[in-house]
Every structure is written in C-alpha cells, then in structure tokens.
Design a protein around this ligand. Structure first.
Ligand SMILES: [Zn+2]
Length: 389
C-alpha cells in the first residue's frame, strides 16, 4: 500500500481520537441516563401459603429457628472470552464475598466459596444477551452450590442491567452479576436475596403497598417491616442516602421509604440493610427450597478413594480433549473410566485413553454442557465435574 501523505495521516489520527471520544461520551451518558438496575422481575410464588409462612415467621422471631449458623456455598463462575482472556479479576472475589457477608450480618446466614472460581470461556456469553442465551448459560450450572456467574456486560431487552437471579419457585437456579456491579458493595447481596425468595421493596407483583401499613402482609414485598417504597433511584435519593422524593400512595399519603434497604433500587452505595422480616422470609425459603445447597453433591453411590487428591482434571472447561493426570499407585488395567451426564446417566464407558500418568480423553463428540468423569478402581469411585465447551 502507498504511504499516505502526512496530512492524511494526521487527519486519520484526529478522526480516530474524535470517534473514540464520542463513543466514550455515548457510553458514559447511557450510564448516566439509565443507571443499571436489576433484571429480576418480581413474580408471585404459585405455592406461597400465607398461613404457613406466618407460623414460620413467628417461630423464627421466637429464636427457635435461628440458633444455628446456616452456611451457604457459592461457586463463583467467571465468564471470559473463548480464548480465556478478560473476565472478573479473581482477586476481587474476596471483596465480593466480604460485601455479601456484611449485607447479611445480623442474620444467621454465612456465605462461603466452595472452590476456586470455575471459568466459562465463551465469546457469546462475554457481553451477555439474556434473551438469547439465558437457557444456554444455565446448562453450565454445576449442581450443589449457588452458581454466581460474573459477566462483563448483561443485556436484558435492550437495556443493560446489573444482574438477575432465580426465585426459589423457578426451575432454573442461578445468579448473574455484571462484573462492575459486583464491586459496588450491594448488588451480589441483592441478587442472592432474590435467590432466597425476596422481592424488591417497591414490588407491585402482589398489589400496591400502602404507606399506612394496613395491607403490608399481602402487597408490595409481603414484608411489614420494610416501609412502602415508590421505587427509588438516584432521582429521589440524595448522595447521603436520604429520600428526597414527594411521591404519594393510593391514599395520597407521602412515602417514607428506606433508601438503605438492599432490596430497593436506591443508590448502590446506600444499600446496606436487610430487615428482620426479610431475614425471616429468606430463612423460610431456605428451609423450604434451598436447604440442599451443598458444595459436594452426592453422586449416586460414589465413595471417594484415597488417591482423590492425586487426580487432576484439566483444562476445565475443556474443548476436544480433557486430560487426566493420575499420580500414585493406581494400576491402569483395573481402572474403569466412565463419562456421565447431569442426570447420572452413563454416556460413555472406558473412553479412549492414552499415555502413562497423563491421559488424554477425547470428548470431541460430546455436546456442550456439564459432565462427570467417574474413575473407579475396585469399589472406590471418584467423580469429577467438567464442562465441555
Ligand atoms: Zn433485584
């Protein structure tokens, strides 16, 4: 290609700088005009029984149900580009967990990570369009803990959102948090609140809550110690977390909402508080629907044998091959290897293996999804999960 005259080069450079500035301005003004909110849509629980819940709530407040600490396992899932680049910095996970536990202080919930983060490397999920790929993302769930997917950007019906989560009455079970929102101090705690059955404080899924509290059991967020909320935002909450709006309810009474409530749409930095009623509701749903949360789900009759720590499976997620590195005194001829799917159904027995300590297992013909590789010797079985991309 002929070299461009100096003036043309300067013009090109200038145009690129202007284009860059304009794009940055557009992105910045989009953030300013529509600060990202949560994409969880409040829907009624079809099986909710008010009488059963009220009875639970009473016993919860009489302390008979909140004596023991409930440890809740989270598996951090970091979504990256297909080539493994980008994604949340794993060093941020410690801060995110600390923020969640600070939000839940005062309750008997305590959250912990099961394991090192598990990666999902797929370009289509990097800037994630929920309407296109939510069903696909959920196939990467690893059963047992709360799968919290940290994603670069999350698009929901043409609007960018901070995250969303599954209510206990949903079939799928996962939480999505946008990376930058994960570091705002309150979004991850908020989404986990939904996962444990909480509505937004401004919810109208069950009707409009009145300021005077007369219908608080059956409307709004169905919780009476969270004041009626007209839907907060930076337009009606000051930087020092004071409600500045003048909205009124159906009785023409002015709202006095709580801008510190984690389940509100208040400024993210203001959201630091769950009410006792919210803790009671989460404890109810934990007992009813989430008590099986576990880091290590029991897989059939599998019993680990002593060499477990000597078996490594990588890369995970895997492409066409997955490698098994086996150290120790396992005798190859007595070893049986199976691959099973999430339902426990064995789909391949003794897949082709090669090598001595490092075995390559071809998984090229497996559809994308989560699988187990079961390695057995005698009566001992080790099951390890892996993701095929
Ligand atoms: Zn929400």
């Amino acid at each position: 290609m002929d070299q461009l005259p100096v003036n043309d080069v300067s013009f090109m450079k200038c145009s690129i700088v202007i284009w860059f500035l304009l794009s940055s301005l557009a992105a910045w003004s989009q953030d300013l005009m529509s600060p990202e909110v949560c994409g969880t849509i409040d829907t009624p629980d079809p099986d909710f029984d008010h009488a059963v819940f009220q009875s639970f709530r009473q016993s919860y407040f009489s302390h008979s149900r909140q004596t023991e600490t409930i440890q809740i396992p989270i598996l951090p899932r970091i979504v990256r580009h297909t080539d493994g680049s980008g994604g949340l910095d794993p060093d941020d996970l410690e801060q995110i967990l600390a923020d969640v536990n600070r939000g839940y202080s005062g309750s008997n919930f305590e959250f912990y990570y099961c394991d090192e983060p598990s990666y999902v490397n797929l370009d289509i999920f990097f800037d994630f369009d929920r309407s296109l790929y939510a069903d696909s993302l959920v196939t990467y769930n690893i059963p047992g803990p709360i799968n919290v997917y940290f994603i670069n950007k999350v698009l929901n019906d043409e609007t960018f959102i901070c995250g969303y989560a599954s209510f206990p009455w949903y079939e799928e079970e996962y939480v999505v948090v946008k990376n930058s929102c994960a570091l705002n101090g309150s979004t991850t705690a908020h989404e986990i609140g939904h996962y444990l059955g909480l509505y937004h404080t401004h919810s109208t899924a069950s009707g409009d809550e009145l300021v005077n509290g007369t219908n608080c059991l059956f409307t709004g967020d169905l919780i009476c110690d969270t004041p009626a909320d007209p839907r907060l935002g930076s337009h009606n909450v000051s930087e020092d977390c004071v409600y500045t709006g003048d909205e009124t309810d159906l009785n023409n009474q002015r709202y006095t909402p709580d801008p510190t409530n984690i389940m509100s749409y208040s400024r993210k930095s203001c959201r630091t508080y769950f009410s006792p009623g919210q803790f009671a509701r989460m404890a109810y749903y934990y007992e009813k629907d989430r008590s099986a949360l576990d880091c290590n789900p029991v897989l059939g009759t599998s019993t680990p044998f002593s060499q477990e720590e000597k078996i490594k499976l990588f890369p995970n997620p895997a492409g066409d091959h997955i490698f098994l590195q086996i150290a120790g005194k396992i005798v190859q001829p007595s070893l049986k290897i199976e691959i099973s799917n999430l339902s426990g159904q064995v789909i391949r027995i003794d897949p082709q293996i090669s090598g001595q300590d490092l075995w390559s297992v071809s998984i090229a013909n497996l559809p994308a999804g989560v699988y187990f590789i079961n390695i057995s010797q005698g009566t001992g079985v080790i099951s390890k999960m892996f993701v095929k991309q």
